[in-house]
Design a protein around this ligand. Structure first.
Ligand code: SF4
Length: 377
């Protein structure tokens, strides 16, 4: 197992649009949490999963909320159990208020190679409306601290199609983001997730930019970012040469990954496992020496190979049914049918050619990626 993900479920508040598993937790709970993923790793290895990470990703939630000591203990708990000698990329997600000099200094000392910061936009009114706990100037100052701490490879996450952010406002966010010289920018379209604060506000009459405006904002982002030298290597992700996120690339290219922590997901051979989104149940299980509550399914080799192929369609490099079948022989009998279907989907604007014998999803195709997967199945 070469790709290790740790979910840190704590945040200092709840953003309006958020559908991730995140809770505030108490200081004591956050302190105690730092020990748990390492203990889970012991259990996973005892099950026979060999773990030699090459990419490590601390996501959340807000991992930096653990503070310098918590982050050091979390990392030490993992490194006591597995060697980090082969790690080529180690990412930690931060938010502007939690990216303090002390946290960033600790991350650099620990050997973290990449910092990814959720910014969403650089407009104070919209940030307030989204329930973010920072303003635009805080985000810009945090980006400068990240660079000063030694992280040339840092990323910024943005959301396109936000309410209250018209075309000039979005252009300003993109220009100010680029002025910070990030190596990587992710741009997600705003989506209304069931159960989020945003979904409740929409029920109460909040009007959001329409589909066309959302698409225009994504196109505006693509034009600005690619003009500045960041290549769109995945539908939502742009990077300077050599700065694509290797952890996410590995997952999209069909490799296995191990997720530790509540709500974390793993792909281990044919098995897919997602831990319950319940930090208390996770803690209780780990501290009492049992497995965290999870949902687990085992796919057939053919479905496994298909799922891995569908992920590759998200990448600009696309996926080739024939090359995929060389690596995942269970896909072999499907190659001809997939090629026919991918051609058919291309006629409907869902997929497009990424090279001879290769296809990728279009922006429209990404919105129906699950349906494409079912189509290929
Ligand atoms: S910081 Fe991220 S994980 Fe936390 S509430 Fe906001 S969107 Fe959700």
């Amino acid at each position: 197992m070469k790709n290790l993900y740790i979910h840190v479920p704590y945040c200092d508040g709840k953003c309006l649009y958020c559908a991730f598993y995140s809770i505030r937790g108490t200081t004591a709970e956050r302190d105690a949490y730092a020990e748990l993923p390492g203990q889970e790793l012991t259990r996973v290895r005892a099950e026979g999963v060999s773990v030699t990470p090459e990419t490590v990703y601390f996501g959340g939630g807000t991992p930096s909320l653990l503070g310098p000591e918590g982050l050091r203990r979390l990392a030490a708990g993992l490194r006591r159990r597995v060697s980090f000698e082969r790690v080529v990329e180690w990412t930690v997600e931060v938010t502007p208020p939690t990216a303090s000099d002390a946290v960033l200094g600790a991350l650099f000392e620990m050997g973290v190679t990449r910092v990814s910061m959720g910014v969403q936009c650089l407009n104070d009114r919209t940030l307030r409306a989204l329930g973010r706990r920072h303003g635009a100037a805080d985000a810009e100052a945090a980006a400068r601290r990240i660079r000063a701490a030694g992280f040339a490879n840092f990323g910024i996450d943005l959301i396109a199609g936000l309410p209250g952010l018209d075309e000039p406002g979005w252009a300003e966010t993109l220009a100010r983001t680029l002025a910070l010289e990030p190596a990587h920018v992710s741009v997600y379209g705003l989506s209304v997730e069931p159960g989020s604060g945003l979904a409740r506000q929409v029920e109460r009459g909040l009007s959001l930019p329409g589909e066309e405006e959302g698409l225009a904002a994504l196109q505006q982002a693509e034009a600005a970012l690619t003009a500045a030298g960041l290549a769109r290597y995945e539908i939502s992700n742009y990077a300077r040469p050599g700065c694509a996120c290797l952890h996410n690339l590995a997952c999209w290219r069909g490799e296995d990954y191990l997720g530790l922590g509540p709500a974390a997901a793993s792909r281990i051979g044919l098995m897919r496992r997602t831990h319950a989104a319940d930090a208390a149940a996770y803690r209780a299980a780990i501290t009492s020496g049992s497995n965290p509550p999870s949902e687990e399914v085992t796919l057939s080799p053919a479905d496994d190979a298909t799922e891995r192929f569908v992920f590759s369609l998200r990448l600009a490099e696309g996926g080739s049914p024939r090359s995929h079948a060389e690596r995942w022989p269970a896909a072999g009998p499907n190659v001809a049918a997939w090629e026919r279907r991918l051609d058919g989907l291309a006629r409907n604007g869902i997929t497009e050619k990424a090279g001879p014998g290769r296809w990728r999803l279009t922006a429209r195709g990404r919105e129906v990626a699950d349906a494409v997967g079912r189509e290929l199945l």
